[in-house]
Ligand binder design. Structure first.
Ligand SMILES: CN[C@@H]1CN(c2cccc(OC)c2)S(=O)(=O)c2sc(S(N)(=O)=O)cc21
Ligand SMILES: [Zn+2]
Length: 260
């Protein structure tokens, strides 16, 4: 099983022991410095075609809460921006902090948000399976959306109201008819760079597209994420799921880009 986590012994600073790519040349997340982002005239707008998306389930995988989609055809894709073809939506999940402190993975000029939503897509044009795509340099496209603490988010309730059903690691339940379009901010201005999964296996296979505009959610809604447990129901050690974020990694020889 997964022998990694976010604790002192098994957390991000220890991942390199089992996953040496943790010290690679295109690791994620990064600290985004807006003034250093290079304008790129070849970057067009991104298009999210989620209208026919089919959510299937919501689950606690011991690292986050994940909503899985039917990715057996191109019914829900992201395209445009830095992408050469459409990438299929496979799942989305969140990263968050402890009481009132940081929680996002990417930071902006050194400042973190309370949480970060990741919509994971894969290149089904070039690769036959998700697993093949997840190890290819242009295999995945992850859309990152910051969550800022403030007023209640009307639609996030659809998710936070069912978290009690997936409290423990390994629990899952039906979650049909959810369209993540309702979690998007009003404008899709973005930064983009070549990076990796932010969790083991840390594959350097992700084209990151991080939206500039956060969505606003309430402290109460953020608190609902913290009823989740890293641990399974049978384990006697209760481990509240929080601070499940990797800190920013060295940019190295990469250039952060933005649309003109
Ligand atoms: C546990 N964390 C997820 C692992 N996944 C996974 C699943 C199946 C195979 C595989 O590699 C072969 C990886 S994943 O690709 O769904 C992603 S994306 C991602 S993030 N934070 O960078 O957006 C974390 C994870
Ligand atoms: Zn993630």
């Amino acid at each position: 099983g997964d022998h990694w986590g976010y604790g002192k012994e098994d957390g991000p600073s220890a991942w390199h022991r089992h996953y040496p790519v943790a010290k690679g040349s295109r690791q994620s997340p990064i600290d985004i410095i807006p003034d250093e982002a290079r304008r790129d005239s070849s970057l067009g707008p991104i298009f999210l075609k989620y209208d026919r998306c089919t959510s299937l389930s919501i689950a606690n995988n011991g690292h986050s809460v994940v909503v899985e989609f039917d990715d057996s055809d191109d019914r829900s894709v992201i395209q445009g921006g830095p992408l050469d073809n459409p990438y299929r939506l496979k799942q989305f999940h969140f990263h968050w902090g402890g009481k009132g402190c940081e929680g996002s993975e990417h930071t902006v000029a050194g400042v973190g948000y309370a949480s970060e939503l990741h919509l994971v897509h894969w290149n089904a044009v070039k690769y036959t399976t998700y697993e093949d795509a997840a190890t290819a340099p242009d295999g995945l496209a992850v859309l990152g959306i910051f969550l800022e603490q403030g007023d209640d988010h009307r639609w996030l309730h659809t998710i936070t109201d069912v978290l009690y059903m997936v409290k423990f690691k390994g629990s899952a339940t039906n979650f049909k008819g959810f369209n993540p379009k309702c979690l998007l901010p009003s404008n899709l201005h973005y930064w983009t760079y070549l990076g990796s999964l932010t969790t083991p296996p840390l594959h350097e296979s992700v084209i990151w597209i991080v939206l500039k505009e956060p969505i606003v959610v309430s402290e109460k809604q953020l608190g609902m994420f913290r009823i989740l447990q890293f641990s399974g129901e049978e384990e006697d050690q209760r481990m509240r799921m929080e601070n499940n974020f990797r800190p920013p990694q060295p940019l190295k020889e990469r250039i952060l880009k933005k649309r003109c």
